[in-house]
Design a protein around this ligand. Sequence first.
Ligand code: NDP
Length: 295
Amino acid sequence: MKGRGPLITLNNGVQMPALGLGVFQSPPEQTVGAVEAAIRTGYRLIDTAAAYMNERQVGEGIRKSGIDRSEMFIETKVWISDYGFDATLHAFEKSVRKLDVEQLDLLILHQPLPSAFERTLDAYRALEKLLADGRVRAIGVSNFMPEHLERLLAVASVVPSVNQIEIHPYFQQAAVQRLDHEHGILNQAWSPIGGITSYRGMEKRSFEDPALLAIGQRHGKSAAQVMLRWHLQEGRSAIPKSVKPHRIEENFDVFDFELSGEEIGAIDALETGVRGGPEPETITLETYGRPIPEA
Ligand code: NDP
């Protein structure tokens, strides 16, 4: 076993594994096996979301692996349809029941709702209460752009521990990363190996990038491993998704090599400014809302 890999200390002192398994688009029937394979490999962080409809299978995979709950770091997200103070408290109950755990390690808001920002703030207040009550060990946000973060920070009593945003070599969101950093908020990269460039059929695809492949060749590593190493060396958390055991292992086999400053600079230079995911400003309840089932 390769062990758990490096830990990152969040702004409230809680320690989180830097590298975890993502399960967006992991079909429920493949999620149990993926989580078990990840834990066997040494992963201790799993990132799911109420909207992924596989929290139950994440919980089952953890239980089936035989690992002690206290060894795991479980992160999930509240979907926009459950924003509002009471609705978000209830969303927490739905998630812990599906995951079959008492406490979450990290609970984050999946998206800002710019057109209903008061509701977003009420949802965040619910997270603050869950934190104060010891139901979650840390709280955070996702897809918050600088304007959303500024509005939240103006009223929040707890600075989020994490902002999970799209970050891969082609889309690095330097301004968001800088603002997060200034406030002690950890950048957690979604689509960290640029999977979205492949499954959305974008013009430039990270796994085929000649610069990444060339760097990988020098170290005997794949493009995916080079990107994950780049995140870790730049101080980010990353949550690559796979349902294939050999890739789950490959994506964790990144602790035995070091990228040079020049290689890091070459990867930084791959920025295209093209976002793969939806523009956060366009997320509304009308277009993206959908009910999250009861546990
Ligand atoms: P990733 O960058 O993790 O790429 C995943 C894709 O690449 C999958 O199609 C996977 O297929 C494939 N893949 C995985 N490993 C390799 C490899 N070593 N070589 C080649 N292909 C590989 O993209 P995601 O968008 O899934 O992001 C990761 C996680 O981030 C999500 O699972 C989710 O937890 C989170 N996320 C959060 C969002 C948010 O709004 N907060 C939005 C999107 C993602 P296969 O499974 O077949 O191996």
